[in-house]
Design a binder for this molecule. Structure first.
Ligand SMILES: Nc1ncnc2c1ncn2[C@@H]1O[C@H](COP(=O)(O)OP(=O)(O)OP(=O)(O)O)[C@@H](O)[C@H]1O
Ligand SMILES: [Mg+2]
Length: 265
């Protein structure tokens, strides 16, 4: 059964085509990787699914029903959770409170509105703290509930961000580079956590990731984007050998080497 699908989705920013004719179908219970060079359109893909960006053409469907044109809060309420490429932890709030801001309606496109709303609705959410503790137990971070979020290590903060996305009990979890900057040990822990989220909570996962160890190890299938287009899709080994993927990444490596060389000149 298809959980999440994009059909011929295009998004342009002025003359720049960030996504072009992107079609992608993620079955229920899958962990899907999305990879591609910088600027390939990966984050835009998550933004178009969560209603942050609107598709110029095409459709986005969750459980076979279109979610195109809905607000981010409406899409969250239908069962989509996400984390962001850059950390969105609220300093000056405890770990427990940070996770609570992930309840439906709190965390919208602009996370600072969530921080403002948080105080107003705190009293109405009588079970929010209990839910937050249960999620912290699940991710193995309960002992840190009273810490100021900014006192946690970078890797721990990334886990709390996942906990915050989980508290809304999403059916689909979208992760934007959850492993960036993590040590190999932390990447292993994240690998196990993602499998438990899928297996114990029945959540379908779409994960943008550059860390090859995680993508190749945990993803059932991988979709490769380059310049806004899907250039390959399949299992890890097939994708790694695909000529268009090799070319896209080789081009990038050569570009990076040239830039480094220019920097030294
Ligand atoms: N709001 C925006 N306004 C204008 N251009 C944008 C906007 N968002 C993204 N872009 C452009 O669209 C293209 C795709 O960006 P996107 O952030 O989706 O790439 P990405 O694959 O996530 O890259 P990275 O690996 O660097 O995170 C880039 O050229 C980017 O500069
Ligand atoms: Mg990105």
């Amino acid at each position: 059964m298809t959980k999440l699908s994009l059909q011929k989705v295009s998004v342009a920013f002025g003359g720049l085509k960030a996504l072009e004719d992107v079609t992608m179908s993620v079955p229920a219970g899958e962990i899907r990787g999305v990879i591609g060079p910088n600027g390939a359109g990966k984050t835009t893909l998550l933004n178009v699914v969560t209603g942050v960006n609107q598709p110029d053409t095409g459709d986005v469907q969750l459980d076979g029903a279109s979610i195109r044109g809905l607000k981010t809060s409406q899409i969250a309420a239908r069962g989509l959770g996400r984390t962001f490429q850059t950390s969105k932890m609220f300093k000056g709030m405890t770990v427990l409170e940070n996770v609570m801001t992930g309840l439906h309606g709190f965390l919208k496109a602009e996370p600072w509105t969530a921080a403002l709303n948080f105080k107003r609705v705190r009293d109405e959410e009588r079970d929010a703290a209990a839910k937050s503790r249960a999620i912290l137990d699940f991710v193995g971070m309960r002992q840190f509930e009273d810490y100021d979020a900014s006192d946690l290590s970078f890797g721990q903060q990334r886990v709390i961000e996942i906990a915050r996305a989980l508290i809304g009990e999403p059916k689909v979890l979208l992760l934007d580079e959850p492993a960036v900057g993590l040590s190999a040990v932390r990447v292993d822990e994240l690998d196990r956590l993602l499998r438990r989220i899928r297996d114990e909570k029945g959540v379908t996962i779409v994960m943008i990731e550059h860390v090859v160890q995680l993508v190749m190890g945990v993803c059932d299938r991988i979709t490769v984007l380059n310049s806004g287009r899907v250039i390959a899709e399949g299992g890890a080994e097939d994708v790694a050998r695909h000529p268009a993927v090799v070319e896209a990444y080789l081009g990038r490596a050569i570009g990076a080497a040239a830039a480094a060389g220019a920097g030294h000149a």
